[in-house]
Design a protein around this ligand. Sequence first.
Ligand code: AMP
Ligand code: ZN
Length: 435
Amino acid sequence: MEYFDPAETWSRDALVHAQGVRLRAIVDRALRSPFYRERLGKTGLSPGDIACAEDVGRLPFTTKDDVRAAYPWGMTAAPREDLVRLHVSSGTTGVPVAVYHTQDDVDAWADLMARCLHMVGIRRGDVFQNIAGYGLFTGGLGIHYGAERLGCLTIPAGTGNTRRQLRLLRDMQVAAIHIIPSYALYLGAMLMDEGVDPRSLPVRIALIGAEPHTEEVRQRIEYLLGVKAYNSYGLSEMNGPGVAFECLAQGGLHVWEDAFLAEIVNPETGEPVPEGEIGELVMTTLIRRGMPLLRYRTRDLTRFLPGLCACGRRHRRIDRILGRVDDMFIVKGCNIYPLQIEQILMSFPEVGETYLIILEQAENMDQIRVQVEIREEHFIEDMRALHGLQRKIAARIRDEILVTPKIELVEPKSLPRAEGKARRVEDRRPALTRP
Ligand code: AMP
Ligand code: ZN
């Protein structure tokens, strides 16, 4: 195995042993923050009670609400003057979910990120274009410093201005990009509309992440951009990107277990689920100094993948994120995740890049309406063909979610596009009747 960091080659035993040692140290560290002094104080637990990685189960959970309630300084575990970086988790309104880093934290994060980039074949000297929002969003600076650490010529392109992005890609002979899946689809569609052969572009590798997406979307991105696309998972509370990442085998994401301790629990009971079953990912930072987090409830749903990865790394793999606990909606008694609908939409070649799921009430009944962009060349087809397509999509979705949606085919580029993470569901049901 070609590796960037020796920790990539550690055996299971070495990883689990290091996790035990680091867990005890991080509990000790966490006790420096007012929040954990109180929270752990209540349980009577001390670092001495943590002898191995499995003892993580004795610690209390930490939730997003806890982090909010502790804002601004309640969770920091380093002297104020040692903190050098602040990020805020996206999509939050009201009280921010702020995460603080020391210089050591920022360095360790860059190392983890460089490890990810190296793992998928990016090397020193490659040109790397980061097509992600800079600012509080961790996909900007987080990925940026990783690419620099690896030794890439790194372009902080940001989002938008698609023409300039393309120009940079060509002029700089960019080898790899980082891009949010919904924007990658948009960029790909634009290339197609303009008759640009993606294989004429220099880019070989795309890192895609920051929002849930299906295997169908990955394949589309690979086809439209002429790249290999690798799934990048992370969340601001655990630094941001660089938590779990796909290797060349593209069969699940390795969690960097020397830096994070991952558990998967039943979201309702908090009990660990049996190996291989889907549940909520819970994560503990093992090395962070500025703001350690113990058993953080990510709200993301996934499972540990069984078996050993062909790449040789023994860091356990998680499945692509299958949804968020909070994304699930209930219509006519059926529990539905948006990705179930996306998976079907994206398997139709006639369907374009964007869709919107609208939940609404008609005659006192909840219903699902899906607005689906159709590709230019199909939109001009006759009514009969379009009606047929509408019926086919509705039937396939009904088979999957057990509710028949209303399908509305709309013109290409007519649905709103986000520059950052896409918003795929709009709940227009009166608040009182929502489950
Ligand atoms: P943020 O609050 O901006 O740090 O966003 C973190 C959240 O983005 C995660 O908790 C996930 O819900 C989502 N996310 C990040 N990466 C991925 C990915 N590769 N696949 C699916 N969802 C992701
Ligand atoms: Zn692997």
